[in-house]
Design a protein around this ligand. Structure first.
Ligand SMILES: [Zn+2]
Length: 74
């Protein structure tokens, strides 16, 4: 199974399905996390996949990003 670079799977919002990311390139974001940026092989929509893994710096004390009922009581 010799290929070129590994082809990560991403979710295409246009096809509404998982696709192999085409032309994927690894990028390091500002926060030090790595991600794969590429295109959907079917429709060409840009796909972005964040590579998890490395638990180098676990968010110190970040509240869940999406919590609608989080009203400050003051
Ligand atoms: Zn697509």
């Amino acid at each position: 199974m010799a290929g070129k670079i590994f082809m990560p799977e991403g979710y295409c919002v246009k096809c509404k399905a998982k696709k192999d990311i085409a032309d994927g390139v690894e990028e390091v974001m500002k926060n030090g996390r790595r991600a794969i940026k590429g295109k959907c092989p079917v429709c060409g929509t840009v796909m972005f996949k964040i590579l998890g893994g490395k638990a180098v710096a676990p968010a110190p004390s970040a509240p869940s990003p999406a919590s609608p009922g989080n009203a400050p009581s003051q």
